[in-house]
Design a protein. Structure first.
Length: 306
């Protein structure tokens, strides 16, 4: 997992969060749009202009939300829709109206436009639900768990069939309950590898060995203080873009994953099992305990077409 050293702007985002389509055919097929104009707003809505601008910026905006240039913000659309508790598409007045409500609640101009300032608020909301991040902002690094509370995953739950993957027992129990429901909902239909785990608990010395033997030293840097060292973090298989690694942070791979049924199911349902997503990495989820508040546990209506 890459945190990409954005502590300073993250702290500001968390502070701000705490204090303060037109239709797209391809997206409609993915179930991201609600087609009923009576629900999502007509052309005469006061947010019609904002809706049109959001539809345009969705794929054309040039910005750097995590330090590196990106084009468009579709990757972050599923989490944004969930936060706004709507299935309306980004090019609809209703999406803009709900975005304006969030902006107003956090001291921003309620214009209904998706932009960097609004994303900072959203990112702050999402990040503050990760206890690991709040600990890091306090200058703390969570201590690795005592081994006896760790549980080995059977090979069938590992993407690559390995038998040495481990996770905290309570997190594993929640993961299994979540995956069982996903299976009942047909998420794995056609690909039984979906939602299997390709990374769980990681020790820094393991990454040190890989650094020495394989020249893979990026893992060592991340594991120096990584949520994976807590035993609560999992990287799950959502598929990957052709030519990419499963955990590639290229925009093409992250966009591919954000469009999958598996990811959208996780966005809607993972909070009910105590899991939260790291917004930059669709595959990375952390167990934060049994849901205790609306922000973590709530979910919007089922996406149209799912």
């Amino acid at each position: 997992m890459r945190e990409y050293g954005f502590k300073a702007d993250l702290a500001a985002a968390v502070f701000a969060a705490i204090t303060l389509v037109s239709a797209f055919p391809a997206m409609a097929q993915q179930g991201l749009l609600l087609r009923d104009p009576a629900v999502c707003g007509g052309a005469d809505s006061q947010f019609a202009e904002a809706a049109s601008k959001n539809a345009d910026s969705l794929t054309k905006a040039e910005w750097s939300p995590f330090g590196s240039p990106e084009r468009g913000w579709e990757i972050y659309l599923p989490l944004t829709q969930r936060e706004l508790n709507t299935t309306c598409g980004p090019g609809t007045p209703e999406f803009a109206r709900r975005l304006a409500e969030l902006q107003s609640a956090h001291g921003l101009e309620p214009d209904g436009l998706f932009g960097s300032d609004t994303f900072q608020v959203l990112k702050g909301l999402w990040q503050e639900r990760r206890p690991f991040i709040l600990a890091r902002l306090r200058g703390e690094c969570p201590v690795a768990p005592v081994q006896y509370i760790m549980t080995n995953l059977p090979a069938r739950e590992d993407t690559y069939g390995r038998e040495d993957r481990r996770l905290r027992g309570d997190a594993l129990k929640a993961y299994r309950a979540m995956v069982a429901q996903a299976r009942r909902d047909g998420v794995m239909r056609g690909d039984p590898q979906l939602l299997t785990i390709f990374s769980g608990y990681r020790q820094a010395d393991v990454d040190s060995e890989r650094c020495a033997s394989e020249g893979n030293c990026d893992g060592k840097r991340r594991a120096t203080c990584s949520p994976h060292a807590t035993g609560y973090a999992i990287d799950i298989n959502l598929g990957f873009a052709p030519g990419s690694r499963i955990d590639s942070t290229s925009q093409a791979n992250r966009l591919y994953q954000s469009r999958t049924d598996a990811y959208r199911w996780m966005v809607r349902n993972a909070g009910r099992y105590g899991f939260v997503n790291y917004v930059y990495e669709p595959w990375h989820w952390e167990w934060v305990g049994e849901p205790t508040d609306v922000a973590t546990a709530a979910q919007p209506a089922v996406f149209t077409g799912q």
